[in-house]
Write a protein of this length. Structure first.
Length: 132
């Protein structure tokens, strides 16, 4: 379940809050969130970890995605997902939205690492382009 409110943080403080959240989730959800975080950090080494709205947020020239945890899924919502190419067909939630798109990861699902990292890179490129 996603926690709302609470502290906001950036950088090392946010990374510690994300570490704590992963540790609190001593089941498949914690492992899934940790794996997706690792893929985000590998895809974009310049990413900034933040803690906003009680959830992990990954940014680079603006929000790339958020990581929410629910009972049945780990949800990664891309702030501008509707504008991103998704050849791996990873987006499976919030498809009707005009801006955001999300990936709901249920227990046992293994998201394609290469396709996910390409999505993170595309999100960072989109944000950089929008800033120009």
């Amino acid at each position: 379940m996603a926690m709302k409110g609470g502290p906001q943080a950036t950088g090392k403080a946010a990374s510690k809050l994300i570490d704590k959240r992963i540790e609190e989730l001593d089941d498949w959800r914690g492992k899934t969130l940790a794996r997706m975080r690792d893929l985000i950090l590998k895809a974009d080494p310049a990413v900034t970890e933040e803690w906003k709205w009680g959830i992990p947020v990954w940014s680079h020239d603006g929000i790339l995605c958020t990581g929410e945890v629910y009972k049945q899924v780990v949800k990664l919502t891309f702030a501008h997902g509707a504008a991103l190419p998704d050849p791996g067909k990873l987006f499976n939630s919030s498809l009707e939205g005009k801006v955001r798109r999300a990936i709901d990861i249920p227990e046992g699902e293994n998201v394609d690492a290469k396709a996910f990292k390409a999505l993170v890179k595309a999100a960072a490129a989109r944000n950089a382009e929008a800033k120009r």
